[in-house]
Every structure is written in C-alpha cells, then in structure tokens.
Design a protein around this ligand. Structure first.
Ligand SMILES: Cc1cc2nc3c(=O)[nH]c(=O)nc-3n(C[C@H](O)[C@H](O)[C@H](O)COP(=O)(O)OP(=O)(O)OC[C@H]3O[C@@H](n4cnc5c(N)ncnc54)[C@H](O)[C@@H]3O)c2cc1C
Length: 457
C-alpha cells in the first residue's frame, strides 16, 4: 500500500460513489473522487427538470462543495478512460482532451449506466435518453420548443406532428415523462397559447411488455394505468419502437402483424440501459465477466474476482438480485467503505446484503405508487410518501428547501417555473435544436435506405 495512507480512487460521484466517499472521509485513507461531470445528480428528479418544474441547480450539487469538509477527499473533474490493473493506475481525460493519471491502492468503480439504444445508436440523434443533466435540458428544449413551433403553424398535419410526443419505454422514467408532458399540456400551458390548444397534445407511450411499470405489483400498475388513461396518455403495449427518424417512429408488434408509423417531431427514449464505455474496458482489463448490458460480475463483498482491492458498486455491479436503484448504490458505497476499514483493522470483510427499502413512481399530481415490502400505496398516500422519500435523499439542505417550496408553488398555481431553454448555438452536434445537424456522436443520420434495412431486420 505504499509508504503513506492507502489511496482510494472512486470513479463516479453518483449515489454509490458519493456515499462511499462520505464514509471514507472519516477514515485514515486518502480518497480521490473522479467524475466526468463534477457534480452529483439526483437522477430520480431529472424528469421534473426536463418538464420545467425544477431547475438543474435544485437536483444537483457540486461534488467539491458537497465533500469540502472531508479534508482527506479530493474531487477531480475527468473521465476515466483507461485502467492499468498491474500498475494500479487510472488514466483520465480532462474536458480539454488532455490526460492525467491517478494511482490507487483501492479502486471503486461506480460509473453507472447510460441509455441503451440496443445497437441502433443513430436513434439518439432524434430521441434523447434521460440519464444526465444534458439529457434533461435537451428534452426540455424539445418539449417546450415543440409547443412554440406548433403555435406558429396553421392547423394541419405538420402542426399535429409537433403536438405529438412519443415516449419509448414504460418503466418509471417513461411513465413519469409521459404523465408530465400531458400534465404540462393540460395545466401549465393550457391557457397560454392563442393558436393551438395545448390540451390536444397527444402523448404516446410504447413498451414491449404487457403492462406499464413492470417492477411494481400488478394491482399498483392497474391503478397507474387508470390514472395515465385519465391524464390522456395513449399506451401501446406489446410493441417495440423499431425505427426513429426526424418526422416519426415506426412501431412493430411483438405478436406479429404490420408495422405502424406515427408522425411525431418529439421522441424520448427511456427503453434500456447499458454500461458506460469505461466499464466495458475495465471488465476486460480485470478479466471479469459481464452480463448482456455490461454489468461487471462481482463477488459477495462486491470486489472483482482475482482483484480484492477493486470494487464495483451501484448500477454497474453485476450480481443476482441487485436492482438498478439508488438504494443499492448507496448501500454498496457504504459497504465498500466498511470493507476497506475492516482491511485496515486486519479483520475479515463481510458480504454485501442489499436491503430492499421499496420503490416509488410518480404518476400525476396527487398520484404516485409506493411499494415497500407489504406496504403498497397509491393515490394521495403514495404521492405524499413519494415526496417524502425524494426530499429525504435529495443532496443539499438548500436543494431540499427550495424543491419543497417549488413543489408547493406549482401545486397551488399549476405553473412551471423552470421553462427556460437555450437554442444551442455552440455548434456542438449534441445540441441540435433545429435538428439540422446530420451528425450525432460521430454517426451519420440514417438514410432512407438504411431505415428500410433496419425495419427489414
Ligand atoms: C431518470 C431516472 C430516474 C430514476 N428514478 C429512480 C427512483 O425513483 N428511485 C431509485 O431508487 N432509483 C431511480 N433511478 C436509478 C438511480 O438513479 C440509479 O440506480 C443510481 O443513480 C445508480 O447510482 P450509481 O452510483 O451506480 O450511478 P450514477 O448515479 O449513474 O452515477 C455514475 C456517475 O459516474 C460518472 N461517470 C460515468 N462514467 C465515468 C467515467 N468514465 N469517468 C468518470 N466519471 C464517470 C457519472 O458522471 C455519474 O456521476 C433513476 C434513474 C434515472 C436515470
């Protein structure tokens, strides 16, 4: 472990990395927390940021500020891109593309997952996912701009396209987004336009399963389905989105039958996740197994087989029964800190035991699902429980107070106070406000032929 204190490097300042760093902040170790975004994002409220209720500042906090009082914790901005397991060294890239290296005695990989397009990366140009603050702002721009553009068009098919919103994936994020867009259209925007009727906006929700919110008990999802119907969300189940393009989506039925096209200018993608690129590289270097989505196989103490000082936690930890939820990441972070402490005390490590504290999903104003062991709540009770849990885990006291105040104001006045969107302008292909840029993440927009090929496949 070198001459000084053990050096712990944590990659990722999400729920897992942050909880691990905070606990290690009390130990006799030197911690470096590396994150490519330099802030902790409270992902469960990203959709509220995307639909104009909360600001990005309310759902995120600078890691440097958050960990300032832990003198043994250094936070660094950089993206881990290479791992040398023999030299125990991580190479990271600064935003200006230059590199730096960090040595470790212990490595904690907590880099999370990213949106997966199931190999059809070209969809990303038209259908942003929902994992980062950039995603939330991109969705906000598309949703609010769609209403604005529709207002300038005469009645007809083109206007209808702008007033149609498609959401792929009916898990919690897809349901929350779909519900929020309808709520936005029928409440906050309802009386603000002169040419269009925002209430007429169609929200289409597509999923391959036979019910929405599959991770919840059937009785809860039945209730959620009724609420979504009341809101006006059009649910299409047993289908998958087989093509996404500038002017619409194609949907294929899982039980056969002809494909169906829907004309829409706004497509949002919440259908799947996969490991971030660094995780795939790290698994290869460490000789660790991965599952189909790239989660890294870990032992009972969350370390990688053959590398007892390398841990994987949170969404990336591939072990039976560990769900991709914030609780798993937080508990994993605390567990790894405890393992390191036990190593320092020359005591045996304990195995990680995940305690399922339940899950919640927001449906609409006054309605949420809450499921924790035998407790199953819907309606107002679920909504209050949902609100309490989210506030309890939101990072930063100031964020908690301001979020509660914003919620109260938006309940009382049906307004959305954070609707500002910017029009891009940096020339970066990830900011295609006008959707004119054919290139996204280095990929060409699919040609008509390419699309037909995909459909045929
Ligand atoms: C929209 C949405 C809603 C959700 N709602 C809920 C909910 O209601 N309840 C719930 O329990 N869970 C929810 N989840 C899931 C929950 O947010 C995740 O399970 C949790 O964030 C996982 O924590 P993590 O630490 O593993 O990864 P993350 O929180 O994703 O953090 C990963 C961090 O790693 C950083 N990073 C990635 N790659 C690199 C790299 N190469 N170098 C440096 N840094 C890197 C990222 O910037 C990020 O900060 C939701 C997720 C999303 C996306």
């Amino acid at each position: 472990m070198g001459n000084g204190r053990p050096k712990v490097v944590i990659i990722g300042g999400g729920f897992g990395g942050l909880f691990c760093a905070r606990r290690l902040g009390r130990l006799d170790v030197d911690v470096t927390l590396l994150d490519r975004a330099a802030c902790h994002v409270f992902q469960p409220l990203l959709y509220q940021c995307a639909t104009g209720t909360l600001s990005i500042g309310q759902i995120s906090r600078s890691l440097r500020e958050e960990l300032a009082h832990h003198r043994n914790v250094t936070t660094l901005l950089g993206e881990a891109i290479r791992l040398d397991a023999d030299a125990r060294r991580v190479t990271a890239r600064r935003p200006d593309e230059t590199m730096f290296e960090i040595d470790y005695d212990y490595l904690v990989i907590a880099a999370g997952m990213r949106q997966s397009y199931f190999g059809k990366e070209e969809f990303a140009a038209w259908a942003p996912g929902m994992k980062t603050l950039d995603d939330a702002l991109s969705i906000r721009r598309r949703v609010f701009a769609a209403f604005e553009i529709a207002e300038t068009l005469p009645p007809g098919p083109e206007r209808d396209e702008w007033l149609t919103f498609a959401v792929a994936g009916a898990g919690p994020t897809g349901v929350e987004l779909a519900g929020q867009i309808r709520e936005l259209a029928t409440r906050a925007l309802a009386k603000e336009f002169h040419s269009i009727e925002p209430e007429e906006a169609r929200v289409l929700l597509f999923d391959g399963g036979d019910r929405v919110l599959k991770s919840f008990a059937p009785a809860l999802t039945e209730r959620a389905t009724r609420e979504l119907e009341k809101l006006g969300v059009e649910m299409h189940l047993g289908v998958h989105v087989s093509d996404v393009r500038r002017g619409g989506v194609t949907v294929s039925s899982k039980s056969g039958g002809p494909d169906k096209d829907y004309a829409t200018r706004t497509v949002l993608w919440t259908a799947g996740v996969e490991a971030v690129p660094f995780a795939r590289h790290a698994a290869e270097v460490l000789g660790a197994g991965t599952d189909r989505s790239g989660r890294i196989a870990v032992g009972a103490d969350l370390s990688v087989a053959g590398h007892s000082t390398v841990f994987v936690i949170g969404d990336l930890a591939g072990r039976d029964g560990l769900p991709g939820v914030a609780e798993n990441a937080m508990q994993g972070g605390l567990h790894v800190a405890a393992c390191i402490k036990r190593d320092l005390d020359a005591r045996n490590r304990k195995n990680f035991r995940y305690r399922d504290l339940g899950s919640a999903a927001y449906i609409s104003r006054g309605h949420a699902l809450l499921q924790a062991g035998p407790i199953k709540l819907t309606g107002i009770a679920g909504w209050l429980g949902w609100g309490f849990i989210h506030i309890a885990f939101l990072t930063g006291v100031r964020n908690r107070f301001s979020t509660v105040a914003t919620w109260m104001a938006s309940i009382a006045r049906a307004n959305r106070s954070d609707r500002t969107f910017i029009l891009g302008g940096s020339g970066h292909p990830d900011e295609p406000y006008t959707w004119q840029s054919p290139v996204h993440q280095g990929r060409e927009e699919p040609t008509e032929t390419g699309r037909r090929d995909q459909n045929a496949g």
